[in-house]
Write a protein that binds this ligand. Structure first.
Ligand SMILES: C[S@@+](CC[C@H](N)C(=O)[O-])C[C@H]1O[C@@H](n2cnc3c(N)ncnc32)[C@H](O)[C@@H]1O
Length: 319
């Protein structure tokens, strides 16, 4: 099952596993239905993404990534992994398309409204009171923020307090620069706004063609940064961290590592919110108290520093 690839004037010409010859884009055949991405192909795809896009698949759940690669192969209408690998190696555009397909940015404003109700009733009042008493800035970090729906929802909840920037900071990070660009623009399809309370929708979203633009005063409340939570880059000290629907991408070992980083980033009494399909891996349960199991809201316990790798604590940064 070898695919031979040659380059004619910079264009990939390939001989497929079925013996057909053509340009990579033209080698369409029976769709890749139910096809498996085998380990060797997965490795080659990982190497291409690493070498050409600086993106590492290490740490991701191979099974779900393989499923998404297979879906992408079907979407481009190819017959199998081998011609697809040739296309991927030759086409930076396809590398970008695959990265987008791997890190789906599904989100919407006030996703799981009951979680936001709980934050509004139980979590934000505690944090606001604490920052008033301590004269400290309330810092919120939204990890894997997609197009900004999550941090902007928090900004919408907090706008009525009119806190100046030395009393409130919301940062939002994501691996994907393309997602962050869209987040900064703050323009949304109505399908992402169905849970926005009527008053907020009226006051803070202006129709723009078929979409809605979030008001500048809310956009200004959030700072966006590109940040890969899997890498050993600096981590942000925060009082409330939302890391929802991000851990599901990762292996248990990486989930454990990320939860330790988040525990290091939170002070005792700080809050962590995970997605509905996520939970604390067993070895991290001694770091947090679960305060609302249905909404996956946890509070950082006062624990022995020894429980956390020093490397994480040393890499903390303020924002
Ligand atoms: C399904 S969206 C979740 C959006 C939002 N948190 C929510 O729950 O609605 C997952 C986001 O995680 C981002 N992501 C994936 N891997 C990441 C990583 N290693 N570091 C930071 N963000 C990552 C993706 O780019 C995507 O925007």
């Amino acid at each position: 099952m070898t695919v031979v690839s040659i380059s004619v004037q910079g264009v990939a010409l390939i001989i497929s596993a079925e013996g057909r010859v053509g340009f990579a884009e033209d080698l369409k055949g029976p769709p890749f239905i139910g096809g498996d991405v085998l380990d060797a192909a997965y490795l080659q795809i990982s190497e291409i993404l690493q070498a050409q896009q600086g993106f590492s698949l290490a740490g991701y759940k191979a099974r779900s990534i393989k499923r998404r690669i297979a879906a992408r192969i079907r979407a481009v209408g190819m017959t199998g992994t081998e011609p697809y690998i040739v296309l991927l190696a030759e086409s930076p555009d396809e590398q970008q398309q695959l990265l987008t397909a791997l890190s789906i940015h599904v989100s919407h404003f006030f996703r799981n409204p009951s979680t936001y109700r709980e934050l509004k009733k139980k979590v934000l009042p505690v944090l606001l009171q604490r920052s008033r008493v301590n004269h400290s800035k309330l810092r919120i970090w939204s990890i894997g923020c997609a197009y900004g729906e999550e941090p902007y929802s928090l900004a919408l909840l907090l706008q009525r307090f009119l806190l100046p920037s030395d009393q409130l900071a919301i940062i939002a990070t994501d691996l994907s620069s393309a997602a962050l660009q869209r987040a900064k623009a703050g323009q949304y399809d109505p399908s992402r706004l169905t849970e926005v309370p009527e008053r907020l929708l009226r006051e803070y979203f202006q129709p723009q063609g078929k979409e809605y633009r979030l008001a500048e005063e809310i956009r200004k409340m959030v700072q966006f940064f590109r940040h890969d939570i899997l890498s050993e880059q600096p981590f942000y000290r925060a009082d409330l961290i939302l890391c929802r629907n991000v851990l599901i991408y990762f292996s248990r070992e990486q989930q454990r590592r990320i939860l330790q980083i988040l525990a290091a980033a939170l002070p005792a009494g700080g809050f962590l919110v995970l997605g509905r399909a996520e939970t604390l891996v067993t070895s991290c349960r001694e770091l947090f108290r679960c305060i609302n199991p249905a909404e996956r809201i946890y509070q950082r316990l006062e624990t022995d520093e020894q429980l956390l790798p020093m490397a994480y604590v040393q890499q903390l940064q303020d924002f």
